[in-house]
Design a protein around this ligand. Structure first.
Ligand SMILES: [Zn+2]
Length: 351
C-alpha cells in the first residue's frame, strides 16, 4: 500500500467538512502512535484493541483538561446531549479526582486507583467505538464511507457492549495499513496537531494565543519529568547522555524518542542532558547509537531510580516504539548526533 496515497486520503477526509469535536483527530493520532509502536511486516494487517486506543486518547487529553488561564477547561466539542457526560468531561473529572489524591499523572492514577482507571478506560473505549471509530472513514453527515483502514460495518452510533464483546473490543487494520500509517506519521502528526489547535481555538475564543495554546495542548509536562533529573544525573555520573561532558548544575531531562512523535514518559525514554544538547536536538530523531545506548541501560538500575517516585519504566513500549519510528523513517533522514552534527539515516537499526 502506498503510504502517501493513504496519508493524502486521510488528510482530505479530515479536512472535509466541519469537525464538531477533536475526537477524530485524537483517535487517528492514537492509531498512528499504535502503529509506530507495533511495527509489523510491509503487507501485514494488525488487530488493534479499542481499550488500548482509549488509553492513548486519555493520555492525550490528560494534560489538555487542565484549567487554561481564566477559561477553565477548554471546550473540545460543539454540543453535548443534555444529561450526558462527554468523553472530555469524564477525563476532566478523573483528573480532578486524581489530583485530589496526588495521582497527578495517568501512570500514577493507573497504579493507585486501578478500579476507576479500568472503568474510565472501558467507557472511553465504548465512546470511541460509537463515535470517532464509526465516523473516521466517512465524510461527515450521512454520506457513506468506503472503509480503507479497517472494517467498520459493525460499528454504529449505538453499538453495544454485547457487539463489542462479539468483536473482542478490537478493530482489524487491513493488510498494509499499519506500515503505511507508520510511514506517513511524520507528515500527518504535525498536521493533526495544528488542526487540533485550530479546532480548540474555534470552539473556545478566537482570542486564544495559538503558539501558547499549542504548547499547552501538546507539550510534555516538563515540571513532572524534572523530578527525575537528580536520579538520572547520578546514574550517568554527572555526564550529559549525548556528549558525555560534565553536565554542570543545570541538568535537563530529555525524551530521547521525541515526545511529539511518541509521547512516552517512561524512564526508559528519559535521559539527563546539558542545556546545549537539549536546545539543539529539539524534536529530531537521534542517531541510532544514542538509541542503542538508551536501550542498553540496565533494567534494574532504571527500576531503582523510578520506584521511589512511582514512575513507570516502560522498557517494552520504548523498545518497540524505537523500532517502529526508525523503520518508518526515510533513508537519508537527518539523525541528530550532537550540537550541529547530523548523520544521514542508512536504514540500519543497531539495537
Ligand atoms: Zn551534551
Amino acid at each position: 500500500m502506498d503510504a502517501l496515497d493513504l496519508g493524502a486520503r486521510l488528510a482530505q477526509l479530515l479536512a472535509t467538512g466541519r469537525r464538531v469535536s477533536t475526537y477524530k483527530l485524537a483517535t487517528l493520532d492514537a492509531l498512528l502512535q499504535h502503529c509506530l509502536e507495533h511495527p509489523v511486516g510491509e503487507d501485514d494487517g494488525l488487530r488493534v484493541s479499542i481499550p488500548e486506543l482509549a488509553e492513548r486518547v486519555v493520555e492525550a487529553y490528560w494534560p489538555q483538561v487542565r484549567v487554561y488561564a481564566d477559561l477553565g477547561v477548554l471546550r473540545q466539542n460543539e454540543q453535548s446531549r443534555p444529561g450526558t457526560t462527554t468523553l472530555l468531561e469524564r477525563i476532566a473529572q478523573a483528573r480532578r479526582a486524581a489530583e485530589g489524591t496526588r495521582n497527578a499523572s495517568v501512570a500514577q492514577w493507573r497504579t493507585n486507583d486501578p478500579g476507576t482507571w479500568a472503568r474510565t478506560r472501558r467507557s472511553v473505549a465504548h465512546t470511541l467505538a460509537q463515535q470517532p471509530l464509526f465516523a473516521l472513514q466517512k465524510t461527515g453527515g450521512r454520506s457513506p464511507g468506503t472503509a480503507f483502514l479497517y472494517d467498520d460495518s459493525w460499528l454504529h452510533k449505538k453499538v453495544s457492549v454485547v457487539d463489542l464483546d462479539a468483536h473482542d473490543w478490537s478493530i482489524d487494520l487491513f493488510p498494509g495499513v499499519p506500515t503505511a500509517l507508520a510511514r506517513v506519521s511524520p507528515l500527518l502528526q504535525p498536521v493533526l496537531q495544528q488542526w487540533w489547535v485550530d479546532d480548540v481555538q474555534r470552539l473556545n475564543a478566537a482570542a486564544l494565543e495559538a503558539p501558547d495554546l499549542h504548547g499547552f495542548l501538546f507539550g510534555a509536562d516538563r515540571a513532572a519529568v524534572a523530578r527525575l533529573a537528580p536520579g538520572l544525573r547520578e546514574f550517568q555520573d554527572g555526564r550529559c547522555f549525548y556528549c558525555a561532558k560534565p553536565s554542570g548544575a543545570s541538568v535537563h531531562v530529555d525524551h530521547v524518542l521525541p515526545w511529539s512523535r511518541v509521547p512516552l514518559d517512561g524512564v526508559r525514554n528519559l535521559v539527563a542532558v546539558d542545556p546545549r544538547c537539549n536546545g539543539d536536538k529539539l524534536a529530531t530523531l537521534p542517531a541510532v547509537e544514542h538509541v542503542r545506548d538508551l536501550l542498553a541501560r540496565p533494567e534494574a538500575d532504571l527500576q531503582a531510580l523510578a520506584a521511589p517516585l512511582r514512575w513507570p519504566v516502560d522498557t517494552a513500549r520504548v523498545r518497540s516504539a524505537a523500532t517502529g519510528l526508525y523503520r518508518a523513517a526515510a533513508a537519508g533522514a537527518p539523525l541528530w548526533r550532537g550540537p550541529g552534527v547530523y548523520d544521514l539515516f542508512d536504514g540500519r537499526l543497531v539495537w
